[in-house]
Design a protein around this ligand. Structure first.
Ligand code: FE2
Length: 231
């Protein structure tokens, strides 16, 4: 079971603030059966550049690896990023360096403003360049974008990632389960930042899905998701 979206690297962003928190986040994930975690620290082009981000990420990962040591009871980590959309990103030469380790999958955080045609075209261009876009926590946008914009976005054929909270929030659970049933979601993530306000909750979300559709469906879903990223 892969958690495709977690701010688990210590001191990288507004996620885990120290190594102890990171290890505890991994322990909690493992307790729910998560065996792979994508470490997707925020990448903001406005105040970062790719080489600097990669250097910081390597260092944070090194500190976490040191703390994890030889333990084999924790999920394995895949290094990635949650890249906030920025104009012109499709023309950035080394954009692929932000893809999930060993894949061509780019976890893209869409902007929290109305998406213009230009924004949608840029996403399309990224996809055409050979990268696979996975749109992070799509549920966060569905209330703020006009319906036709969302439809145009879905038509681009990106992968769709949803957060565990989408299934756990009473207000949105029905919609989450409906989208899951209709095959509109390809990846799930906790988008965990810590152990308290935004904890690793993927396992709890999966329990909700399993209760509704059965474990075979859940198994199939994660097999497909893992197949997409080749793990
Ligand atoms: Fe996130």
């Amino acid at each position: 079971m892969t958690d495709l979206h977690m701010h688990v690297l210590p001191g990288m962003d507004d996620g885990s603030r120290d190594v102890g928190t990171s290890v505890a986040m991994l322990e909690r994930s493992a307790a729910y059966g998560v065996d792979t975690v994508a470490a997707t620290s925020h990448f903001y082009a406005e105040d970062n550049n790719i080489p600097r981000f990669l250097t910081r990420r390597r260092s944070a990962y090194g500190r976490l690896q040191e703390a994890v040591g030889e333990r084999d009871d924790l999920p394995r980590l895949l290094l990635g990023a949650e890249v906030l959309y920025f104009a012109g990103m499709s023309a950035v030469d080394d954009l692929d360096a932000l893809c999930l380790e060993g894949t061509d999958l780019l976890l893209l955080e869409m902007p929290f403003v109305l998406w213009t045609d230009r924004v949608l075209r840029e996403v399309e261009t990224i996809q055409r360049s050979g990268l696979q876009v996975a749109a992070a926590h799509i549920e966060r946008y569905m209330d703020i974008q006009p319906r036709r914009t969302m439809e145009a976005f879905f038509d681009l054929g990106t992968f769709i990632q949803c957060n565990g909270s989408f299934f756990l929030n009473r207000r949105t659970a029905r919609q989450a389960l409906r989208m899951f049933r209709q095959g509109q979601i390809q990846f799930l993530g906790s988008d965990a930042h810590n152990l308290t306000s935004r904890p690793p909750d993927l396992g709890e979300a999966v329990q909700v899905i399993e209760k509704k559709f059965g474990w075979q469906t859940v198994d199939h879903f994660f097999a497909e998701a893992d197949g997409c990223i080749g793990v």
